[in-house]
Design a protein around this ligand. Structure first.
Ligand code: ADP
Length: 607
């Protein structure tokens, strides 16, 4: 819902921005177009103004040149005379000379009634129209004592001409007039060089001089709103409609000459002496095309800028969106991390609880173990008590009966026999002392009297002590002391006791069987000295292997074994930082291994 609204809002703002950009483009383009139009029109006007000044001056000069010729001729006595006399022949001669010399189109001498006496054109053009002249207006003005002027309008085929006339006086009396006709074709020829239309209008709006021959003699009617020129007398020349308007401070006119339409910038210069107006119609085509080009360029630039702005805006929007997304992602991540942390702390709590439970279970286990150990100790104590009481009770009973016997025998004076009984008593006491000595092995403190001991010596001593028993039995003893001479830290006698015990157990195990064999070997292995005592007896079953080292564990008959030998040996070896264990021998019997760390020096030697 929110997204939809946001999207709609975005679309709306995009549309608004597009409209604004379009408006701005149009506005900027319009302003640029208007400005450039002014600029170009201004340039055109400057150029046209200069051209107009030159062309107007050309016309003015042409007319000025002939303006004073009639008054000048009127002053000449020969002219005065020939007019007074009405001499045609002389008149034609003089007129021809003056016309040829001045460049006038025609020089005419007139009598008082306005009839032509002589003209410079008669010889070539034949007799003039029965002496009537076309300069009546100029003639009238001359007769009034002024400089007579008259325009003889041209038409599409012929350029117009202008007439100046002046009265001729003889003896204070007007006798006639002299008229000079100026051809305007030469001005038009000069104007023809200009590519823009040029036209001189007289006070009635008739085109007098122009570089467009088809316009010659036609009337320019300003319409609508323009001042309607009064129709000239007689047949009105076909009108050309001109519509003028102001654009950017320039007068732009549209002229319809019937054949074509023309739109141009009009510049006008009045010729005050003649009462005419010279205008140029400068082509604004270039201004129009340049303006439209400026319009297009401005619009394009605007579009480009708008596009660039749009792109920048989009980029910024994208950046903002990305930042927003990044922030959202970061927040999401943070939330996840928080959740994970919560989970973790939850798990931690569970773990802590589990640890507590385990600790409690361990404590319980330890308690149970302690109880078990206690029970085992009690059981061991029980076994020990039974064995000890048996071991001690038997000799005690024997000592008692032997002592009683010895007492009776001594009463009967049978000392020899009594001595036998006393010997038995001594043997019993010896045995009890032996048991007691054995028990003392447990009480000896560990770690004292540690000296370097050569194990070869230990084995030799043990074998020597056992040699009477070995000799008695048929057991084959195989000794392999190797070529090393390992030395360990310990007590020699106690180590002898260990080896002796292991060999005597092996001898017990093989019994008197045929092929009985006991092997003793000594070797060095990884910083340890190993004494192995193997036999081919029944061996120690796996179930018993953990029990044989317990004190008072024995499988031997009562009176034969105390069950202390292995447990004492185990204790001694451990006191010297070694270990004692039992496995099966190669022959299926038992293999007891004593492992003792080598003394530092012999270890160094071994390495
Ligand atoms: P004892 O020899 O007085 O019985 P020990 O502690 O020396 O006491 O031996 C414990 C028991 O270990 C023996 O009773 C015997 O069952 C077993 N045992 C010891 N050595 C061997 C062996 N070499 N072969 C088989 N059993 C053995």
């Amino acid at each position: 819902m929110y997204r939809l609204t946001r999207k709609r809002r975005e679309t709306f703002s995009t549309a608004l921005a597009l409209i604004a950009a379009a408006c701005l483009t149009v506005f900027v383009a319009a302003v640029t177009a208007r400005f450039s139009e002014r600029l170009f029109l201004d340039e055109i006007r400057t150029r046209a103004d200069a051209s107009l000044a030159v062309q107007a001056a050309t016309l003015e000069r042409q007319l000025d040149k002939f303006r004073l010729l009639p008054p000048f001729l009127a002053q000449r006595p020969d002219v005065r005379d020939l007019i007074s006399e009405g001499s045609r022949t002389d008149g034609e001669r003089v007129a021809s000379v003056v016309a040829a010399m001045s460049g006038a189109q025609e020089v005419v001498f007139l009598d008082m009634s306005g009839r032509t006496i002589a003209s410079s054109t008669w010889p070539s053009q034949g007799p003039h129209s029965a002496g009537l002249n076309m300069f009546d207006t100029a003639f009238q003005e001359a007769m009034e004592g002024r400089l007579g002027r008259q325009l003889l309008p041209g038409d599409a085929l012929r350029a117009g001409s202008y007439v100046f006339a002046s009265a001729v006086r003889s003896g204070g009396q007007m006798v006639g007039a002299v008229a000079v006709r100026v051809d305007l074709a030469s001005v038009e020829q000069a104007w023809a060089l200009s590519k823009d239309p040029l036209l001189a209008l007289d006070d009635s709006g008739i085109v007098v001089v122009t570089n467009r021959p088809s316009w010659r003699g036609r009337m320019v009617v300003e319409a609508p709103g323009g001042v309607q020129n009064p129709a000239v007398a007689g047949m009105p020349p076909s009108p050309m409609h001109l519509h003028a308007r102001l654009r950017s401070g320039f007068e732009i006119v549209r002229l319809d000459d019937g054949a074509a339409r023309l739109e141009a910038l009009r510049l006008t210069k009045p010729l005050t002496v003649l009462g005419w107006q010279v205008s140029t119609l400068a082509n604004t085509q270039i201004a129009t095309s340049q303006t439209s080009k400026a319009w297009i360029i401005a619009a394009l630039v605007c579009l480009l800028l708008t596009g660039a702005g749009w792109a920048a805006l989009e980029k910024r929007k994208a950046t903002v969106r990305k930042m927003r997304d990044d922030r959202a992602a970061a927040l999401r991540l943070e939330r996840r991390v928080r959740e994970r942390t919560q989970d973790l702390s939850q798990a931690n709590k569970l773990l802590a609880r589990e640890v507590e439970e385990r600790e409690a279970a361990e404590a319980e286990l330890r308690l149970a173990q302690a109880e078990l150990v206690q029970a085992a100790k009690l059981a061991t104590l029980g076994r020990m008590s039974a064995a000890l009481s048996h071991e001690f009770n038997q000799p005690l009973a024997a000592i008692r009966s032997n002592a009683e016997n010895a007492q009776l025998l001594l009463e009967r004076k049978m000392e020899d026999k009594a001595a036998g009984n006393l010997e038995k008593i001594i043997a019993m006491v010896e045995r009890m002392a032996e048991i007691s000595r054995t028990l003392k092995g447990f009480t000896r403190r560990a770690g004292t009297e540690l000296k370097p001991v050569r194990l070869v010596t230990v084995i030799d001593e043990a074998l020597m002590l056992l040699s009477p028993r070995i000799k008695r039995s048929d057991v084959e003893i195989v000794v392999d002391k190797g070529d090393t001479d390992p030395v360990v830290l310990g007590g020699r006698v106690r180590l002898e006791q260990v080896v002796l015990n292991l060999i005597s157990n092996a001898l017990d195990a093989v019994g008197g069987e045929a092929g009985a064999k006991v092997g003793i070997s000594l070797k060095v292995e990884a910083g340890f000295a190993l004494i192995e005592v193997a036999d081919n007896g029944p061996g120690v079953s796996e179930e018993l292997r953990s029990q044989v080292f317990d004190p008072f564990f024995t499988t031997k008959d009562v009176g034969e074994g105390l069950g202390l030998g292995l447990s004492i040996a185990y204790k001694i070896v451990h006191d010297f930082s070694g270990s004692l264990n039992v496995t099966a021998s190669q022959d299926g019997g038992a293999l007891f291994t004593v492992r003792l760390p080598l003394e530092r020096e012999s270890r160094a030697a071994a390495e």
